[in-house]
Design a protein around this ligand. Structure first.
Ligand SMILES: Cc1cc2nc3c(=O)[nH]c(=O)nc-3n(C[C@H](O)[C@H](O)[C@H](O)COP(=O)(O)OP(=O)(O)OC[C@H]3O[C@@H](n4cnc5c(N)ncnc54)[C@H](O)[C@@H]3O)c2cc1C
Length: 201
């Protein structure tokens, strides 16, 4: 049983994984198992070029962010399990959480974060009841969101990034993933607000 399973290795998913991973020394998080399904083939980052993101050198490619994000997670937070080359096809409720089925395997998780982007080509069984037209995208683009309140779809099921209803900007999607991570950390900390800051000594 995984404690928190993130689905999607794009802006929101990787940001969520990095913040969750960075809590490794907090007493309330250190025994938690965290995993991310790092599918990146359909990320909007694949073709993006960034000149307008604070902290990113102008000309940074989305492709490099995808590669460097995985490398950063591997180097700094190796306890976050990375599940590569798998695509989720089904999410269903199980006794103590959720069963997540991919093209290769099945996982059980107490908390699931769906961060697969806002395309209407989403084909994950089990999410149909939550799919609605995206509230902050041009209607002719047929984008979708998963109806949620502050990223929470239902107990222990979160959505992050553009699929959460945010406009498509890198900083917003990343911030959404980070936000969900701190909500999960807060949950693990028995409701006491949690965040993770490193400091120059
Ligand atoms: C051409 C282009 C240029 C852009 N330029 C800018 C810019 O200049 N400035 C800016 O701020 N923003 C820009 N953006 C927007 C930015 O890239 C997006 O806002 C951001 O990538 C959205 O993040 P996300 O995590 O919601 O989705 P994504 O980054 O698309 O990530 C979704 C992830 O889910 C994975 N996934 C999908 N289905 C499944 C499944 N069934 N199972 C498992 N994983 C799955 C995908 O492979 C992907 O990795 C641009 C986008 C594009 C397309």
């Amino acid at each position: 049983m995984i404690d928190a399973l993130i689905i999607g290795g794009g802006a929101a998913g990787l940001s969520c994984a990095l913040v969750l991973g960075s809590a490794q020394n907090k007493a309330f998080a250190k025994d938690k198992s965290i995993a991310i399904i790092t599918h990146q083939k359909t990320s909007h980052l694949q073709t993006a070029l960034f000149n307008n993101v604070l902290g990113l050198a102008p000309g940074t490619t989305g492709e490099s962010i995808l590669d460097n994000g995985i490398a950063q997670l591997t180097a700094l937070y190796p306890h976050v399990e990375q599940i590569d080359h798998e695509k989720v096809s089904d999410i269903s409720k199980s006794e103590n959480g959720f069963t997540v089925t991919t093209n290769k395997s099945t996982y059980t998780a107490k908390i699931v974060v769906v961060a697969v982007g806002y395309t209407n080509l989403i084909n994950i069984n089990g999410l149909e009841p939550f799919i609605e037209p995206h509230p902050r995208a041009a209607a002719e683009k047929d984008r979708i969101w998963l109806k949620n309140t502050d990223h929470l779809i239902e107990t222990n099921l979160y959505v992050a990034g553009t699929l959460a209803g945010w406009r498509s900007q890198f900083a917003i999607a990343s911030g959404s993933g980070a936000h969900v991570a701190t909500d999960i950390l807060t949950l693990w900390n028995n409701g006491k607000h949690a965040k993770v800051h490193d400091k120059v000594l």
